[in-house]
Design a protein around this ligand. Structure first.
Ligand SMILES: [Zn+2]
Length: 453
C-alpha cells in the first residue's frame, strides 16, 4: 500500500517538473484506452450476441435434414390453455387490479420519503404478482421493497420471501417491464432455490473449521482455505443458476427475453457495484451463460404452463407492509395439496429437456449423453424413447457410428413396447428396421478418422 503511494507522489512530482508536456501525445494515448473502455461499445456488443443467438435459433445446423421433430415432445407439466378463456380471465382480473391501483395512488399510502410513488410500486406489484402466480408461488405472502439508492443499480433477496430492488435499478428500466421481470425473476429464483441457506451452510462449516484451527488443528486451516474458495465459486455458480431459473420464471409469466436484452447490455458495460465483483461473475460471463442455456429453453411451452397457472389462480391483494416502505403481496392459494405449488424442475425433466433440445439443435452426441442419464431415472416414457431413436439415427447417419444403429433399434423397440398406437413410433420402428448397416467403406472411414485423433 505504502509503495503505491510513493509511486503516485513520484508521478505527480515529475509531472509538475516537466516543462513542456506533450498533451497531444497524452490525448492520443487516452483515446487508445477509450477504444476499449467506452461503455457504448460494450453496451451494444451484447446486440451482437443476440444476433448470434437468433441466427442459431432460426438457421438450423447443416445436418438439419437428419432432424425429425413431429412436435409431440411435451414438458411433464405442460397444459393447454384456451386463449379466449385466458383473455376473459385477464379482463376479470383487471377489474380487481384497478381497485388496488386506486388505493395505491391515494398519496399517503405507498409514500416514500413523503413523496408518493404509488405508480412505481404499482408497476413492480403487477410484474411480481404475475411472476408469482404464473409459477404457483402464491402459497405465501411475498414482500417487495424498492429501496432508495441513487447510485447502485442493484437488487437482492433475503429470507424465504423478501426481494428488493434499488431505485437506481428501477429507474434504469422503468420503461421496460421485461427487463424488470428478469430482475425480479432472478431474485425470486435465489429464494426458491434456497441459495441463502446453501451459503449459510458453507459459512457455518467455515466457522467450525476456524474454531478447530484456533484450538490447534492444523488440517482445519487448509480445509478452511478450501471452503472459503468454495464459497466464492458456489456464490458465482448460484448467480448463473438464478439468471437461468429467473429467466424461466419470467418466461412463464409471459415476459419476453428478447425485449429484456437491455438488462444484459447493462450487465455487459460492467458497472462495478461495491462488493459485486466478489461473489458475482462479471457481466459478459453472465451473458454467455444466459445465451448458452437459452438454447435449451422451451419457451412456448413454459409460457403455456404460466398461462394455465394464471387462469387457475386469483389476483393477489397488495398492501403497504408494516415497515411502511415495502409492499406485501398476499397469498391466495389455500389448497393444501403439494402439487399445486411451485416445484424445482426434477432431474428427470432436466435431462429430458436438455436431451430433446440438444437433438433439435443438432448437438447429437450431447443429446445421446443426456438421454442416457434420463433413462437411468425413467424407463416408461415412449416419446422419450422415440426421440432417443431419432437421435441415434442421426448419429449413425451424420457421424457414421455403426453402434448407433443398434441403439436406434433398441430405443424404438422400447418405445413400441410402451405405446403401439402412436403413428410416429410405428413409422420410426419400420424406418429404422429397414436401414441397412454401414457398408465396409464407411466402417473403414470410421476407424481411419478414429486413428487420426
Ligand atoms: Zn443474484
Amino acid at each position: 500500500m505504502k509503495k503505491i503511494f510513493v509511486l503516485l507522489l513520484a508521478g505527480i512530482f515529475t509531472a509538475n517538473c516537466a516543462i513542456a508536456r506533450d498533451y497531444a501525445k497524452l490525448q492520443i494515448k487516452e483515446m487508445q484506452h477509450a477504444q476499449k473502455y467506452n461503455t457504448t461499445q460494450k453496451f451494444f456488443s451484447n446486440q451482437n450476441a443476440i444476433q448470434k443467438n437468433f441466427n442459431y435459433l432460426t438457421s438450423k445446423p447443416e445436418q438439419n435434414i437428419y432432424i425429425k421433430d413431429p412436435k409431440i415432445f411435451k414438458l411433464s407439466d405442460y397444459q393447454e390453455v384456451d386463449e379466449a378463456k385466458y383473455q376473459e380471465k385477464l379482463k376479470a382480473d383487471d377489474k380487481i387490479y384497478s381497485q388496488y391501483k386506486k388505493s395505491m395512488f391515494k398519496g399517503e399510502i405507498f409514500s416514500y420519503s413523503a413523496k408518493s410513488n404509488g405508480e412505481d410500486y404499482y408497476k413492480v406489484y403487477r410484474i411480481a404478482e404475475r411472476i408469482i402466480r404464473a409459477n404457483k408461488l402464491d402459497y405465501i405472502n411475498w414482500r417487495i421493497g424498492i429501496y432508495k439508492d441513487a447510485e447502485n443499480i442493484n437488487a437482492y433477496s433475503t429470507g424465504p420471501n423478501y426481494i428488493a430492488i434499488s431505485t437506481s435499478l428501477y429507474d434504469s428500466f422503468n420503461n421496460n417491464d421485461d427487463a424488470l421481470a428478469l430482475v425480479i425473476g432472478h431474485e425470486i429464483a435465489h429464494t426458491v432455490l434456497g441459495h441463502s441457506q446453501r451459503k449459510m451452510d458453507i459459512a457455518r462449516l467455515m466457522m467450525n473449521l476456524q474454531n478447530l484451527y484456533k484450538a490447534g488443528d492444523i488440517h482445519a486451516k487448509a480445509l478452511f482455505a478450501i471452503k472459503s474458495q468454495q464459497l466464492l465459486t458456489d456464490g458465482k455458480n448460484m448467480e448463473y443458476a438464478a439468471d437461468v431459473e429467473g429467466a424461466k420464471l419470467a418466461v412463464k409469466a409471459g415476459y419476453s427475453l428478447d425485449e429484456s436484452s437491455d438488462l444484459l447490455s447493462f450487465l455487459n458495460t460492467d458497472i462495478v457495484i461495491p462488493g459485486y465483483l466478489s461473489d458475482h461473475p462479471v457481466g459478459n460471463k453472465r451473458i454467455e451463460n444466459f445465451y448458452e442455456n437459452r438454447k435449451y429453453f422451451i419457451e412456448d411451452q413454459w409460457a403455456q404452463i404460466g398461462k394455465y397457472n394464471i387462469m387457475n389462480s386469483e389476483v393477489m391483494p397488495v398492501k403497504l407492509s408494516s415497515d411502511r416502505k415495502s409492499l406485501t403481496i398476499g397469498k391466495t392459494h389455500e389448497t393444501q395439496s403439494k402439487e399445486n405449488y411451485y416445484s424445482v424442475e426434477s432431474m428427470e425433466d432436466v435431462y429430458l429437456r436438455f436431451a430433446y433440445k440438444s437433438y433439435v439443435n443438432g448437438e447429437f452426441k450431447k443429446s445421446a449423453k443426456y438421454f442416457k442419464q434420463y433413462f437411468e431415472l425413467n424407463k416408461t416414457n415412449a416419446i422419450a424413447y422415440l426421440y432417443a431413436s431419432y437421435n441415434s439415427e442421426a448419429i449413425y447417419k451424420v457421424l457414421q457410428r455403426a453402434g448407433a444403429l443398434e441403439n436406434a433399434k433398441e430405443y424404438i423397440a422400447n418405445a413400441y413396447n410402451l405405446n403401439k398406437n402412436n403413428q410416429y413410433i410405428k413409422e420410426q420402428y419400420d424406418n429404422i428396421n429397414n436401414i441397412s448397416p454401414l457398408s465396409d467403406d464407411n466402417n473403414k472411414k470410421e476407424t481411419k478418422s478414429k486413428k487420426k485423433k
